[in-house]
Design a protein around this ligand. Structure first.
Ligand code: ATP
Ligand code: MN
Length: 471
């Protein structure tokens, strides 16, 4: 079907050239003057093109007047300068073919629908302005991510989705098995108390969906030097928040010969690169978000693209939060104390109210961070960093990795992990160990931050959350 994308048509002059487009009808208005206006959208841009269809067209009564919101049409005509406001060109139709009709039961009518309602029709919501914009933006961000790493010497590595490694040390895992769940083979040493006989399972061992590609990514950083992963990640955390999904996409760069400072710099350069990229390439969609979703969207991106992020240690942050809780009588739901993990409300206070821009927090207490983070000389904190952004809180979590074999083994035991199960990972410290560092970024949180969309369920095509895996 020969056609030009509406995105490209809108760049052309109204010079009477002949043109073909296809799309879905957003609205149709019939004028008494003997013609109809069809606003059509083909998904290539947030903008619609206006089609002028004269009543003299052969199928005007029989077909064009049946083309209501949601119907798909193919239009052949001439491109004219538009006298109307808000558009530079329009198409005067020579013919309009209705490819697929849509009747009044089409669930997206020309009115504002709530995001909750649209989640129930997740297969049709990309036909709305908002979701079209979200998913074009998500595409642009994904492309910018690849572009940044490719331009900076990072190789894209595909780490496994099914794995026996638990990168977090205490994971909420989705187990993968091909056992018949009604008849799971048990080891029958003690009647009634036998454990699962994983040796009879497909892989001969317990495995799960990956919670992070980091450990495997490290093996490749310790050979190719700089790598990144970018793929689906699964966590069975039963947290029904606006920032957690059970299936999300994570980007995990890892660098050999790098320290925490290099890692923080990479995170900052990376985020600012993506901000600049979308400001340049997703302008129309960002303007839509700025007008309808978050009035500070464009100003925020523009100011961040050029200004450095704040840096602060966890210990300094706790002092600031404690003072805020005391003097400014800031009410936090959860208490703040050195040694406790920061809650989203604390993270957001730091970047939204205290500094007013993204903050990179470093050197967290070892007890609240993963076993693989490099222990500081104080023996209390680890070389961890979280990047916190206004509106979302934690968007990136990373660290310099523990590169000393004996310390890493001790830290595993502290975390209740058996070093024997991680021999291959320990080999990376046994042979040619180097300082190395990396981080994980949740793609959806970045899309949320850039667009201003409040709920993470609205920036992923088909959200998976506790109790919901529809579609
Ligand atoms: P949080 O404390 O917000 O649950 P986390 O500390 O568990 O995050 P990490 O294990 O450091 O997160 O994962 C790296 C990044 O992956 C996070 O900074 C975040 O952007 C993203 N992320 C983590 N869990 C989820 C989730 N359930 N849904 C979406 N993104 C997530
Ligand atoms: Mn988490």
């Amino acid at each position: 079907m020969q056609r030009i994308l509406i995105r490209d048509v809108l760049q052309l002059p109204g010079d009477d050239r002949s043109i073909q487009v296809a799309g879905w009808v957003r609205t149709r208005r019939d004028s008494r003057g003997g013609f109809s206006f069809l606003e059509i959208n083909d998904g290539s841009t947030i903008k619609n093109i206006q089609i002028v269809a004269e009543a003299t067209l052969a199928n005007y009564e029989s077909e064009i007047l049946t083309a209501t919101t949601g119907a798909s049409v193919f239009v052949s005509g001439t491109l004219k300068a538009s006298p109307g406001k808000g558009q530079s060109v329009e198409i005067h139709a020579g013919s309009v073919t209705v490819l697929g009709g849509a009747d009044a039961s089409f669930p997206i009518q020309k009115k504002r629908h709530s995001f909750e309602y649209l989640r129930e029709i997740a297969h049709l919501r990309p036909r709305t302005n908002t979701f079209g914009a979200v998913f074009r933006l998500r595409n642009a961000i994904s492309f910018a991510i690849h572009k940044f790493f490719q331009e900076n010497g990072f190789y894209y590595i595909h780490t496994p989705i099914i794995t026996g490694n638990d990168a977090e040390g205490a994971g909420q895992l989705f187990h993968v098995t091909n056992f018949d769940l009604d008849q799971v083979p048990k080891r029958d040493q003690e009647p009634g108390r036998g454990g699962v006989a994983f040796e009879k399972d497909f892989f001969g061992a317990p495995v799960h969906l990956t919670v992070s590609g980091q450990l495997e990514g490290e093996a490749y950083a310790m050979s190719l030097g700089r790598i990144y992963t970018f793929g689906p990640t699964f966590r069975a955390e039963n947290s029904n928040t606006s920032r957690h999904l059970a299936e999300f996409w994570m980007v995990e760069p890892e660098m050999a010969f790098a320290t925490l400072e290099d890692d923080a710099q990479l995170a900052e350069d990376f985020l600012r690169y993506v901000f600049k990229y979308v400001l340049e390439h997703s302008r129309d969609d960002l303007e839509f978000f700025n007008q309808w979703i978050d009035k500070s969207c464009l100003a925020r991106l523009e100011s961040l693209a050029d200004s450095p992020f704040e840096r602060m240690s966890y210990t300094e942050a706790v002092t600031i939060l404690e003072q805020a809780a005391q003097t400014k009588s800031k009410k936090f739901e959860f208490p703040v104390a050195w040694g406790r993990d920061l809650q989203s409300e604390h993270e957001r206070y730091l970047c939204e109210e205290h500094v007013g821009k993204p903050v990179i927090l470093t050197d967290y207490p070892k007890e609240i961070k993963a076993f693989y983070m490099r222990l500081n000389d104080d023996d209390k904190t680890v070389r961890a960093m979280d990047v916190l952004v206004p509106g979302v809180g934690e968007i990136i979590g990373g660290s310099e990795r523990e590169d000393r074999l004996d310390v890493l083994e001790a830290r595993m035991r502290d975390h209740g992990l058996e070093p024997d199960a991680y021999q291959w990972y320990l080999d990376l410290r046994r042979y040619g160990s180097t300082p190395h560092a990396g981080f994980g970024l949740g793609l959806e949180r970045l899309v949320q931050f850039i667009s201003g969309m409040e709920n993470i369920r609205d920036v992923v095509p088909f959200p998976r959350t506790p109790g919901n895996a529809s579609f």
